[in-house]
Design a binder for this molecule. Structure first.
Ligand SMILES: [Zn+2]
Ligand SMILES: [Zn+2]
Length: 142
């Protein structure tokens, strides 16, 4: 794991237009870069940095997200007005939720610990870190 893992979070964030706001009160599980094609298409960016907390730690405090069933049992939640991607979780009975680090009010608070789905990494995108790099979902992922 990492220096950031298992730390208590009491923070919040929201979308670009401000219609959606959330709070996070709970234990940070981990954080990482996802290079998968779904994240690329959902965000329009080469990579998305996510952090993961237990589902009960996350709560929308303003607005209602638009949910899109992007794969299998999972959905992506974004702002219905500005389109900002905020969360990724299992549609039913989620244990965990992934939240976009950049949507935090203080995004520098959490740094990624690993890279996953490097098989979809864009050849011109590389970060200058020594974090573990996984071609697929990695050892910690379901
Ligand atoms: Zn918005
Ligand atoms: Zn992804």
């Amino acid at each position: 794991m990492s220096t950031t893992a298992a730390s208590a979070l009491h923070t919040g964030g929201g979308c670009l237009c401000g219609a959606l706001r959330y709070t996070v009160d709970g234990t940070l599980i981990d954080a990482g870069y996802c290079h998968c094609r779904l994240c690329q298409r959902a965000s329009g960016a080469p990579v998305v940095a996510w952090f993961t907390v237990p589902f009960p730690a996350f709560r929308y405090v303003q607005g209602t997200p638009r949910a899109y069933a992007s794969s299998g049992l999972y959905q992506r939640e974004s702002c219905p007005i500005c389109g900002a991607p905020l969360a990724f979780r299992r549609r039913t009975a989620p244990d965990y939720i992934d939240i976009t680090i950049a949507s935090l009010d203080e995004p520098a608070l959490i740094a990624p610990d690993y890279h996953i789905w490097r098989m979809s990494r864009l050849p011109w995108f590389e970060t200058a870190d020594r974090l573990p790099r996984h071609d697929d979902a990695g050892p910690d992922q379901a």
